[in-house]
Design a protein around this ligand. Structure first.
Ligand SMILES: Cc1cc2nc3c(=O)[nH]c(=O)nc-3n(C[C@H](O)[C@H](O)[C@H](O)COP(=O)(O)OP(=O)(O)OC[C@H]3O[C@@H](n4cnc5c(N)ncnc54)[C@H](O)[C@@H]3O)c2cc1C
Length: 411
Protein backbone atom coordinates (compact mmCIF):
# COMPACT_ATOMS: atom_id res chain seq x y z
CA UNK A 1 0.00 0.00 0.00
CA UNK A 2 1.25 3.52 -0.80
CA UNK A 3 1.91 5.69 2.20
CA UNK A 4 2.55 9.37 2.77
CA UNK A 5 4.55 10.86 5.63
CA UNK A 6 2.74 13.53 7.59
CA UNK A 7 4.98 16.36 8.74
CA UNK A 8 5.52 16.63 12.51
CA UNK A 9 3.51 19.44 14.06
CA UNK A 10 2.97 21.13 17.40
CA UNK A 11 -0.40 20.43 18.99
CA UNK A 12 -1.81 22.92 21.54
CA UNK A 13 -2.56 21.50 24.99
CA UNK A 14 -5.93 23.09 25.72
CA UNK A 15 -6.38 22.06 29.34
CA UNK A 16 -5.34 19.96 32.31
CA UNK A 17 -7.98 18.05 34.28
CA UNK A 18 -8.14 15.53 37.12
CA UNK A 19 -10.09 13.11 34.91
CA UNK A 20 -10.70 13.05 31.15
CA UNK A 21 -13.45 10.66 30.00
CA UNK A 22 -13.40 9.60 26.34
CA UNK A 23 -16.80 8.57 24.95
CA UNK A 24 -20.15 9.86 26.18
CA UNK A 25 -22.33 6.73 26.03
CA UNK A 26 -24.05 5.22 29.11
CA UNK A 27 -20.69 4.24 30.64
CA UNK A 28 -18.89 7.51 29.88
CA UNK A 29 -21.67 9.78 31.15
CA UNK A 30 -21.90 7.76 34.37
CA UNK A 31 -18.12 7.92 34.82
CA UNK A 32 -17.97 11.67 34.23
CA UNK A 33 -20.93 12.48 36.49
CA UNK A 34 -19.70 10.32 39.35
CA UNK A 35 -16.14 11.72 39.12
CA UNK A 36 -17.44 15.30 39.05
CA UNK A 37 -19.82 14.65 41.96
CA UNK A 38 -16.78 13.37 43.90
CA UNK A 39 -15.19 16.77 43.46
CA UNK A 40 -12.89 16.20 40.47
CA UNK A 41 -12.38 18.57 37.53
CA UNK A 42 -13.75 16.42 34.70
CA UNK A 43 -13.77 16.81 30.91
CA UNK A 44 -15.87 14.52 28.67
CA UNK A 45 -15.06 14.09 24.97
CA UNK A 46 -17.74 12.70 22.64
CA UNK A 47 -17.60 12.02 18.91
CA UNK A 48 -21.21 12.92 18.06
CA UNK A 49 -23.36 15.96 18.91
CA UNK A 50 -25.21 14.09 21.64
CA UNK A 51 -24.48 12.16 24.79
CA UNK A 52 -25.99 8.70 25.23
CA UNK A 53 -24.28 6.41 22.70
CA UNK A 54 -26.57 3.49 21.89
CA UNK A 55 -29.47 5.13 23.82
CA UNK A 56 -29.56 8.23 21.60
CA UNK A 57 -27.24 8.22 18.58
CA UNK A 58 -28.00 4.50 18.29
CA UNK A 59 -31.78 5.16 18.77
CA UNK A 60 -32.16 2.23 21.21
CA UNK A 61 -33.24 3.58 24.60
CA UNK A 62 -34.01 0.12 25.94
CA UNK A 63 -32.36 -0.56 29.31
CA UNK A 64 -31.30 -4.11 30.19
CA UNK A 65 -29.97 -5.41 33.53
CA UNK A 66 -30.92 -2.25 35.39
CA UNK A 67 -33.36 -3.73 37.92
CA UNK A 68 -30.72 -4.79 40.48
CA UNK A 69 -28.79 -1.52 40.23
CA UNK A 70 -28.97 1.40 42.64
CA UNK A 71 -26.94 4.60 42.40
CA UNK A 72 -26.91 6.53 39.18
CA UNK A 73 -28.81 3.89 37.18
CA UNK A 74 -31.73 4.09 39.62
CA UNK A 75 -31.50 7.89 39.61
CA UNK A 76 -31.64 8.01 35.78
CA UNK A 77 -34.75 5.80 35.77
CA UNK A 78 -36.39 7.84 38.56
CA UNK A 79 -35.79 11.10 36.73
CA UNK A 80 -37.00 9.68 33.40
CA UNK A 81 -40.16 8.38 35.08
CA UNK A 82 -40.75 11.80 36.65
CA UNK A 83 -40.83 13.35 33.18
CA UNK A 84 -43.14 10.65 31.79
CA UNK A 85 -40.42 9.18 29.57
CA UNK A 86 -40.82 5.51 30.48
CA UNK A 87 -42.97 3.15 28.40
CA UNK A 88 -45.67 1.15 30.19
CA UNK A 89 -47.19 -2.23 29.42
CA UNK A 90 -50.87 -3.15 29.31
CA UNK A 91 -50.87 -3.64 33.11
CA UNK A 92 -49.49 -0.11 33.55
CA UNK A 93 -46.04 -1.32 34.66
CA UNK A 94 -42.86 0.36 33.45
CA UNK A 95 -41.06 -1.54 30.66
CA UNK A 96 -37.40 -1.33 29.62
CA UNK A 97 -38.13 1.20 26.85
CA UNK A 98 -37.71 4.96 27.22
CA UNK A 99 -38.20 8.05 25.10
CA UNK A 100 -34.69 8.54 23.66
CA UNK A 101 -35.05 12.30 23.26
CA UNK A 102 -35.85 12.63 26.98
CA UNK A 103 -32.82 10.44 27.75
CA UNK A 104 -30.71 12.78 25.63
CA UNK A 105 -31.72 15.94 27.51
CA UNK A 106 -31.49 14.24 30.90
CA UNK A 107 -27.88 13.20 30.24
CA UNK A 108 -27.04 16.81 29.30
CA UNK A 109 -28.64 17.94 32.56
CA UNK A 110 -26.80 15.36 34.68
CA UNK A 111 -23.43 16.44 33.27
CA UNK A 112 -24.11 20.16 33.49
CA UNK A 113 -25.46 19.94 37.05
CA UNK A 114 -22.35 17.99 38.14
CA UNK A 115 -20.01 20.49 36.48
CA UNK A 116 -18.65 18.13 33.81
CA UNK A 117 -16.94 20.01 30.98
CA UNK A 118 -18.43 18.80 27.69
CA UNK A 119 -16.65 18.64 24.35
CA UNK A 120 -18.89 17.23 21.61
CA UNK A 121 -18.02 16.69 17.92
CA UNK A 122 -14.53 15.52 18.96
CA UNK A 123 -12.87 12.19 18.19
CA UNK A 124 -9.96 10.82 20.24
CA UNK A 125 -7.29 10.06 17.65
CA UNK A 126 -3.99 9.71 19.52
CA UNK A 127 -2.52 9.16 22.95
CA UNK A 128 0.82 10.22 24.42
CA UNK A 129 2.31 7.74 26.86
CA UNK A 130 5.46 8.67 28.75
CA UNK A 131 7.33 6.27 31.02
CA UNK A 132 4.41 3.84 30.92
CA UNK A 133 1.81 6.45 32.00
CA UNK A 134 -0.86 8.00 29.81
CA UNK A 135 -0.27 11.77 29.86
CA UNK A 136 -2.39 13.26 27.08
CA UNK A 137 -5.03 12.35 24.56
CA UNK A 138 -5.23 14.11 21.21
CA UNK A 139 -8.66 14.91 19.77
CA UNK A 140 -9.70 16.08 16.31
CA UNK A 141 -12.70 18.34 15.90
CA UNK A 142 -13.82 21.32 13.86
CA UNK A 143 -11.31 23.26 16.03
CA UNK A 144 -8.46 21.15 14.65
CA UNK A 145 -6.10 18.88 16.52
CA UNK A 146 -5.84 19.52 20.27
CA UNK A 147 -4.27 17.74 23.25
CA UNK A 148 -5.91 17.25 26.66
CA UNK A 149 -3.86 16.54 29.79
CA UNK A 150 -5.19 14.71 32.83
CA UNK A 151 -4.02 12.77 35.86
CA UNK A 152 -6.41 9.90 35.01
CA UNK A 153 -8.21 8.86 31.81
CA UNK A 154 -11.25 6.68 31.26
CA UNK A 155 -11.84 4.83 27.99
CA UNK A 156 -15.62 4.65 27.49
CA UNK A 157 -15.50 4.66 23.68
CA UNK A 158 -17.19 1.25 23.45
CA UNK A 159 -14.65 0.04 20.89
CA UNK A 160 -11.67 0.70 23.20
CA UNK A 161 -10.20 3.34 20.86
CA UNK A 162 -8.21 5.12 23.58
CA UNK A 163 -6.69 1.94 25.00
CA UNK A 164 -5.61 0.80 21.55
CA UNK A 165 -4.11 4.22 20.75
CA UNK A 166 -2.22 4.11 24.06
CA UNK A 167 -0.71 0.73 23.14
CA UNK A 168 -2.80 -1.55 25.36
CA UNK A 169 -3.24 -5.17 24.41
CA UNK A 170 -6.76 -6.25 23.49
CA UNK A 171 -8.87 -9.12 22.17
CA UNK A 172 -11.39 -8.85 19.36
CA UNK A 173 -14.09 -11.32 18.41
CA UNK A 174 -14.40 -15.04 18.95
CA UNK A 175 -11.12 -16.61 20.20
CA UNK A 176 -11.13 -19.28 17.47
CA UNK A 177 -12.85 -17.70 14.48
CA UNK A 178 -12.30 -13.98 15.18
CA UNK A 179 -15.99 -13.50 14.27
CA UNK A 180 -17.74 -10.61 15.94
CA UNK A 181 -21.41 -10.36 16.80
CA UNK A 182 -23.45 -8.76 14.00
CA UNK A 183 -24.23 -5.06 14.00
CA UNK A 184 -27.80 -3.72 13.85
CA UNK A 185 -29.22 -0.46 12.55
CA UNK A 186 -32.17 0.63 14.66
CA UNK A 187 -35.35 2.24 13.28
CA UNK A 188 -37.83 4.61 14.94
CA UNK A 189 -41.37 3.94 13.75
CA UNK A 190 -44.53 6.05 13.78
CA UNK A 191 -48.12 5.56 12.64
CA UNK A 192 -48.94 2.35 14.54
CA UNK A 193 -51.59 1.83 17.21
CA UNK A 194 -50.56 -0.46 20.04
CA UNK A 195 -54.01 -2.07 20.26
CA UNK A 196 -53.83 -2.97 16.55
CA UNK A 197 -50.29 -4.48 16.63
CA UNK A 198 -50.39 -6.01 20.12
CA UNK A 199 -49.82 -9.49 18.66
CA UNK A 200 -46.38 -8.36 17.44
CA UNK A 201 -45.36 -6.91 20.82
CA UNK A 202 -44.41 -9.00 23.85
CA UNK A 203 -47.19 -8.93 26.41
CA UNK A 204 -46.57 -9.10 30.19
CA UNK A 205 -45.54 -12.61 31.17
CA UNK A 206 -45.31 -13.77 27.54
CA UNK A 207 -42.17 -15.38 26.07
CA UNK A 208 -40.31 -13.31 23.46
CA UNK A 209 -40.43 -15.90 20.69
CA UNK A 210 -44.08 -15.77 19.56
CA UNK A 211 -44.45 -12.00 18.86
CA UNK A 212 -41.04 -11.95 17.13
CA UNK A 213 -42.00 -14.90 14.94
CA UNK A 214 -45.31 -13.25 14.04
CA UNK A 215 -43.47 -10.04 13.09
CA UNK A 216 -41.01 -11.97 10.92
CA UNK A 217 -43.87 -13.73 9.17
CA UNK A 218 -45.62 -10.40 8.52
CA UNK A 219 -42.39 -8.97 7.10
CA UNK A 220 -42.06 -12.02 4.85
CA UNK A 221 -45.65 -11.54 3.66
CA UNK A 222 -44.61 -7.95 2.86
CA UNK A 223 -41.90 -9.34 0.58
CA UNK A 224 -38.71 -9.15 2.71
CA UNK A 225 -37.23 -11.70 5.10
CA UNK A 226 -35.35 -9.79 7.83
CA UNK A 227 -31.64 -10.53 8.29
CA UNK A 228 -32.28 -10.73 12.07
CA UNK A 229 -34.44 -13.81 12.48
CA UNK A 230 -36.09 -12.49 15.65
CA UNK A 231 -37.17 -8.93 14.72
CA UNK A 232 -38.36 -6.95 17.73
CA UNK A 233 -40.90 -4.16 18.08
CA UNK A 234 -40.71 -2.13 21.31
CA UNK A 235 -43.52 0.36 22.10
CA UNK A 236 -42.23 3.68 23.49
CA UNK A 237 -45.24 5.99 23.69
CA UNK A 238 -48.50 6.66 21.82
CA UNK A 239 -47.69 5.67 18.24
CA UNK A 240 -43.89 5.63 18.66
CA UNK A 241 -42.05 2.28 18.41
CA UNK A 242 -38.45 1.04 18.16
CA UNK A 243 -37.58 -1.63 15.60
CA UNK A 244 -34.59 -3.96 15.67
CA UNK A 245 -34.82 -6.18 12.60
CA UNK A 246 -31.45 -6.20 10.91
CA UNK A 247 -28.19 -8.09 11.41
CA UNK A 248 -24.98 -7.25 9.57
CA UNK A 249 -22.81 -10.37 9.60
CA UNK A 250 -19.04 -10.68 9.14
CA UNK A 251 -18.23 -6.99 9.62
CA UNK A 252 -15.91 -5.24 12.05
CA UNK A 253 -16.88 -2.25 14.17
CA UNK A 254 -13.36 -0.85 13.93
CA UNK A 255 -13.23 -0.78 10.12
CA UNK A 256 -14.68 2.29 8.36
CA UNK A 257 -15.30 0.41 5.10
CA UNK A 258 -17.19 -2.37 6.93
CA UNK A 259 -19.17 0.22 8.90
CA UNK A 260 -20.08 2.08 5.71
CA UNK A 261 -21.21 -1.04 3.85
CA UNK A 262 -23.16 -2.32 6.87
CA UNK A 263 -24.91 1.02 7.40
CA UNK A 264 -25.93 1.33 3.75
CA UNK A 265 -27.26 -2.24 3.66
CA UNK A 266 -29.01 -1.84 7.02
CA UNK A 267 -30.73 1.40 5.99
CA UNK A 268 -31.88 -0.14 2.70
CA UNK A 269 -33.21 -3.17 4.57
CA UNK A 270 -35.15 -1.16 7.16
CA UNK A 271 -36.78 0.92 4.42
CA UNK A 272 -37.68 -2.24 2.49
CA UNK A 273 -39.10 -3.98 5.57
CA UNK A 274 -41.21 -0.98 6.56
CA UNK A 275 -42.44 -0.33 3.01
CA UNK A 276 -43.36 -4.02 2.72
CA UNK A 277 -45.33 -3.97 5.98
CA UNK A 278 -47.17 -0.79 4.94
CA UNK A 279 -48.24 -2.46 1.71
CA UNK A 280 -49.97 -5.17 3.79
CA UNK A 281 -52.47 -2.50 4.90
CA UNK A 282 -54.63 -3.03 7.97
CA UNK A 283 -52.74 -2.10 11.15
CA UNK A 284 -49.65 -1.27 9.07
CA UNK A 285 -51.32 1.14 6.63
CA UNK A 286 -50.09 4.35 8.34
CA UNK A 287 -46.65 2.94 9.29
CA UNK A 288 -43.71 5.31 8.72
CA UNK A 289 -39.97 4.94 9.28
CA UNK A 290 -39.37 8.21 11.13
CA UNK A 291 -35.58 7.79 11.51
CA UNK A 292 -32.75 5.32 11.25
CA UNK A 293 -29.89 5.60 13.74
CA UNK A 294 -27.02 7.95 12.85
CA UNK A 295 -24.56 5.31 14.10
CA UNK A 296 -25.08 1.62 13.37
CA UNK A 297 -25.15 -0.36 16.61
CA UNK A 298 -21.83 -2.15 17.16
CA UNK A 299 -22.24 -4.97 19.67
CA UNK A 300 -18.56 -5.81 19.93
CA UNK A 301 -15.29 -3.94 19.68
CA UNK A 302 -11.96 -4.32 21.42
CA UNK A 303 -11.88 -5.95 24.83
CA UNK A 304 -8.92 -4.17 26.41
CA UNK A 305 -6.62 -6.16 28.67
CA UNK A 306 -7.16 -5.30 32.31
CA UNK A 307 -5.75 -6.55 35.60
CA UNK A 308 -8.51 -9.16 35.68
CA UNK A 309 -10.38 -10.80 32.80
CA UNK A 310 -14.06 -11.64 33.30
CA UNK A 311 -14.79 -15.08 31.86
CA UNK A 312 -17.54 -17.58 31.20
CA UNK A 313 -16.16 -19.50 34.16
CA UNK A 314 -17.05 -16.51 36.40
CA UNK A 315 -20.60 -16.68 35.06
CA UNK A 316 -20.93 -20.40 35.65
CA UNK A 317 -19.51 -20.11 39.17
CA UNK A 318 -21.45 -16.93 40.01
CA UNK A 319 -18.11 -15.56 41.18
CA UNK A 320 -17.98 -12.76 43.77
CA UNK A 321 -15.06 -10.37 44.34
CA UNK A 322 -13.98 -8.13 47.22
CA UNK A 323 -13.49 -5.28 44.73
CA UNK A 324 -16.85 -5.84 42.97
CA UNK A 325 -18.24 -2.75 41.22
CA UNK A 326 -21.25 -4.29 39.49
CA UNK A 327 -23.36 -7.44 39.79
CA UNK A 328 -24.38 -8.74 36.38
CA UNK A 329 -27.69 -10.60 36.25
CA UNK A 330 -28.07 -10.75 32.45
CA UNK A 331 -27.18 -14.08 30.85
CA UNK A 332 -25.33 -15.08 27.69
CA UNK A 333 -26.62 -13.19 24.64
CA UNK A 334 -24.57 -13.92 21.53
CA UNK A 335 -26.31 -12.79 18.35
CA UNK A 336 -25.56 -15.22 15.54
CA UNK A 337 -22.09 -14.92 14.03
CA UNK A 338 -22.98 -17.47 11.34
CA UNK A 339 -26.22 -16.79 9.43
CA UNK A 340 -25.94 -20.21 7.77
CA UNK A 341 -26.57 -21.79 11.17
CA UNK A 342 -29.32 -19.37 12.26
CA UNK A 343 -30.14 -15.68 12.26
CA UNK A 344 -31.23 -15.24 15.87
CA UNK A 345 -29.44 -15.78 19.17
CA UNK A 346 -26.78 -18.53 19.26
CA UNK A 347 -27.60 -21.44 21.56
CA UNK A 348 -25.08 -21.76 24.39
CA UNK A 349 -26.49 -24.44 26.66
CA UNK A 350 -24.54 -23.42 29.75
CA UNK A 351 -26.16 -22.68 33.11
CA UNK A 352 -24.92 -19.31 34.40
CA UNK A 353 -25.61 -17.27 37.54
CA UNK A 354 -25.34 -13.62 38.51
CA UNK A 355 -21.68 -12.67 38.91
CA UNK A 356 -19.45 -9.72 39.87
CA UNK A 357 -17.31 -7.42 37.76
CA UNK A 358 -14.24 -6.51 39.84
CA UNK A 359 -12.64 -3.09 39.62
CA UNK A 360 -9.45 -4.79 38.34
CA UNK A 361 -11.26 -5.63 35.06
CA UNK A 362 -11.73 -1.87 34.57
CA UNK A 363 -8.07 -0.97 35.12
CA UNK A 364 -5.76 -1.15 32.10
CA UNK A 365 -3.01 -3.74 32.43
CA UNK A 366 -0.47 -2.22 30.09
CA UNK A 367 -0.63 1.53 30.77
CA UNK A 368 -0.82 3.49 34.03
CA UNK A 369 -3.48 6.15 34.48
CA UNK A 370 -6.06 4.46 32.23
CA UNK A 371 -9.39 2.93 33.23
CA UNK A 372 -12.15 1.37 31.12
CA UNK A 373 -15.93 1.22 31.47
CA UNK A 374 -18.74 -0.28 29.39
CA UNK A 375 -18.34 -2.80 26.62
CA UNK A 376 -14.55 -2.31 26.20
CA UNK A 377 -13.56 -3.70 29.64
CA UNK A 378 -11.46 -6.81 30.08
CA UNK A 379 -13.46 -9.97 29.44
CA UNK A 380 -13.75 -12.97 27.16
CA UNK A 381 -16.05 -13.32 24.15
CA UNK A 382 -18.91 -15.04 26.01
CA UNK A 383 -18.81 -13.00 29.23
CA UNK A 384 -18.82 -9.82 27.13
CA UNK A 385 -22.13 -10.88 25.57
CA UNK A 386 -23.65 -10.67 29.06
CA UNK A 387 -22.03 -7.69 30.84
CA UNK A 388 -22.14 -5.36 27.80
CA UNK A 389 -25.76 -4.21 28.32
CA UNK A 390 -26.43 -0.68 29.51
CA UNK A 391 -27.49 -1.29 33.14
CA UNK A 392 -24.02 -2.71 33.70
CA UNK A 393 -22.30 -0.02 31.62
CA UNK A 394 -23.77 2.66 33.91
CA UNK A 395 -22.82 0.82 37.10
CA UNK A 396 -19.26 0.28 35.83
CA UNK A 397 -18.97 3.92 34.79
CA UNK A 398 -20.18 5.17 38.14
CA UNK A 399 -17.65 3.01 39.99
CA UNK A 400 -14.71 3.77 37.74
CA UNK A 401 -15.40 7.51 37.96
CA UNK A 402 -14.90 7.32 41.72
CA UNK A 403 -11.85 5.06 41.36
CA UNK A 404 -10.24 7.52 38.94
CA UNK A 405 -10.82 10.38 41.40
CA UNK A 406 -9.13 8.41 44.18
CA UNK A 407 -6.23 7.57 41.88
CA UNK A 408 -5.93 11.19 40.75
CA UNK A 409 -5.69 12.29 44.38
CA UNK A 410 -2.78 9.97 45.10
CA UNK A 411 -1.24 9.68 41.60
C1 LIG B 1 -27.87 -3.25 18.10
C2 LIG B 1 -27.63 -3.29 19.57
C3 LIG B 1 -28.67 -3.60 20.41
C4 LIG B 1 -28.47 -3.58 21.78
N1 LIG B 1 -29.54 -3.79 22.60
C5 LIG B 1 -29.43 -3.46 23.89
C6 LIG B 1 -30.58 -3.32 24.70
O1 LIG B 1 -31.70 -3.54 24.24
N2 LIG B 1 -30.42 -2.95 25.99
C7 LIG B 1 -29.18 -2.72 26.53
O2 LIG B 1 -29.10 -2.36 27.71
N3 LIG B 1 -28.07 -2.87 25.79
C8 LIG B 1 -28.17 -3.21 24.48
N4 LIG B 1 -27.06 -3.31 23.70
C9 LIG B 1 -25.71 -3.26 24.31
C10 LIG B 1 -25.33 -1.87 24.66
O3 LIG B 1 -25.86 -0.98 23.72
C11 LIG B 1 -23.84 -1.54 24.69
O4 LIG B 1 -23.06 -2.57 25.05
C12 LIG B 1 -23.70 -0.29 25.54
O5 LIG B 1 -24.04 0.79 24.68
C13 LIG B 1 -22.39 -0.10 26.17
O6 LIG B 1 -22.28 1.24 26.62
P1 LIG B 1 -20.95 2.03 26.31
O7 LIG B 1 -21.12 3.36 26.96
O8 LIG B 1 -19.80 1.18 26.66
O9 LIG B 1 -20.88 2.16 24.71
P2 LIG B 1 -21.63 3.05 23.63
O10 LIG B 1 -23.08 3.15 23.93
O11 LIG B 1 -21.24 2.46 22.33
O12 LIG B 1 -20.99 4.50 23.78
C14 LIG B 1 -19.70 4.81 23.34
C15 LIG B 1 -19.62 6.31 23.10
O13 LIG B 1 -18.28 6.68 22.75
C16 LIG B 1 -18.29 7.52 21.61
N5 LIG B 1 -17.02 7.30 20.90
C17 LIG B 1 -16.64 6.20 20.23
N6 LIG B 1 -15.38 6.34 19.75
C18 LIG B 1 -14.96 7.56 20.15
C19 LIG B 1 -13.74 8.29 19.97
N7 LIG B 1 -12.69 7.74 19.32
N8 LIG B 1 -13.65 9.53 20.48
C20 LIG B 1 -14.71 10.08 21.16
N9 LIG B 1 -15.88 9.43 21.37
C21 LIG B 1 -16.00 8.18 20.87
C22 LIG B 1 -19.50 7.07 20.82
O14 LIG B 1 -19.95 8.06 19.93
C23 LIG B 1 -20.50 6.76 21.95
O15 LIG B 1 -21.24 7.89 22.31
C24 LIG B 1 -27.20 -3.33 22.32
C25 LIG B 1 -26.14 -3.04 21.46
C26 LIG B 1 -26.35 -3.01 20.10
C27 LIG B 1 -25.23 -2.65 19.22
Amino acid sequence: MNTIREPARDVPVIGDWDVVVCGGGPAGVAAAVSAARAGARVHLVELYGSLGGIWTTGLLAYFLDHANKGGLMAEIIRRLEARGARAHDSRGEGTNAFDGEEVRILLDELCLEAGVGLQLYSRVVAARVEAGRLRQVVVESPSGREALSARQFIDATGNGDLGALAGCGFDLGHPETGAQQPMSLIGLLGGLRLEEVSGFVRQPGEAWAAPKDRLREAMERGGHSPSYGKPSLFPVRDDLFLLMANHEYGVKGIDARDLTAATLRGRRELHDLVNGLRRLGGPWSRLRLLATSAQIGVREGRRLHGRYTVTLDDMVAGRCHDDAVCRVAFGLDVHSTNPGAGKGIEPHPVRTQPYDIPLRALQARDVEGLWMAGRCISGDFLAHSSYRVTGNAVAMGEAVGRAAVNAAAIG
